[in-house]
Design a protein around this ligand. Structure first.
Ligand code: PGA
Length: 244
């Protein structure tokens, strides 16, 4: 299974700067590349990156109707989005998305043929309290409850320790290995056939630590924030993931 390297631009970019960035993204063999752009730029990215998969950073839990400001999964499909990030910690913390909402968003995405990248992860206080798998287990349970075991195997997970996001320093190889292994075990215990389910790591992934992270067992790719806004850095991370 090739690794998946997903760029998350967050609320950054503009038509002119996007053009430069998108034109610098070239496909790398042996890795699946994805760029998750803000909604208004989906069309621009769709036209400029035919060889790189396109995704969004959020999606409505509702299919259509009177939900001012929302964007449905079917609309994302119209722009050839094959993935959408759901439950990013910024959405959970700043926009009050709870585990149940995240689960419904994941279901809405799957129903429209868009693969959700479900983000899970603990805060520093939760880690210090020894509650890492309690927190992640609750986040995963909510999704499993809504999707069921068969559909659960069709999502992508991203382990993003909240304290490592935008921090400049990723979690250590030991910490990443521990959580990724624990997530695999959690899925297996619940009967999820997760053979093809990818678990990405996110949180300060950059060219300097990418190779080390991709060498860890059960790290099946990366969700990259800041470094995905720098073409050379994103390309270097993709190359580090190729044929691993
Ligand atoms: P970062 O962000 O790479 O800038 O730490 C990762 C993310 O929030 O997905």
């Amino acid at each position: 299974m090739d690794k998946l390297v997903a760029g998350n631009w967050k609320m950054n970019g503009g038509l002119a700067s996007n053009r430069l960035l998108l034109d610098a993204f070239t496909p790398v063999s042996g890795v699946d590349m994805l760029v998750c752009v803000p909604y208004p730029y989906l069309s621009q990215a769709q036209q400029r990156t035919p060889s790189i998969a396109l995704g969004a950073q959020d999606v409505s839990e509702f299919p259509a109707g009177a939900y001012t400001g929302e964007v449905s999964a079917a609309m994302l499909r119209d722009f050839d989005c094959t993935f959408v990030i759901v439950g990013h910690s910024e959405r959970r913390a700043l926009f009050h998305e709870d585990n149940a909402t995240v689960a419904r968003k994941a279901a809405a995405a799957l129903a429209a043929g868009v693969t959700p990248i479900v983000c899970v992860g603990e805060t520093l206080a939760e880690r210090d309290a020894g509650r890492v798998m309690d927190v992640i287990g609750a986040q995963l349970s909510a999704v499993l409850e809504v999707l069921g075991v068969a559909a659960m195997a069709r999502i992508v997970l991203a382990y993003e320790p909240v304290w490592a996001i935008g921090a400049g320093r990723s979690a250590s190889a030991e910490q990443v290995a521990g959580v990724h292994g624990a997530i695999r075990a959690w899925l297996a215990t619940r009967g999820v056939d997760a053979g093809t389910l990818r678990i990405l790591y996110g949180g300060s992934v950059k060219p300097q630590n990418a190779a080390e992270l991709f060498a860890i067992q059960h790290v099946d790719g990366a969700l990259v924030g800041g470094a995905s806004l720098v073409a050379d850095d994103f390309m270097a991370i993709c190359r580090a993931a190729a044929h691993r």
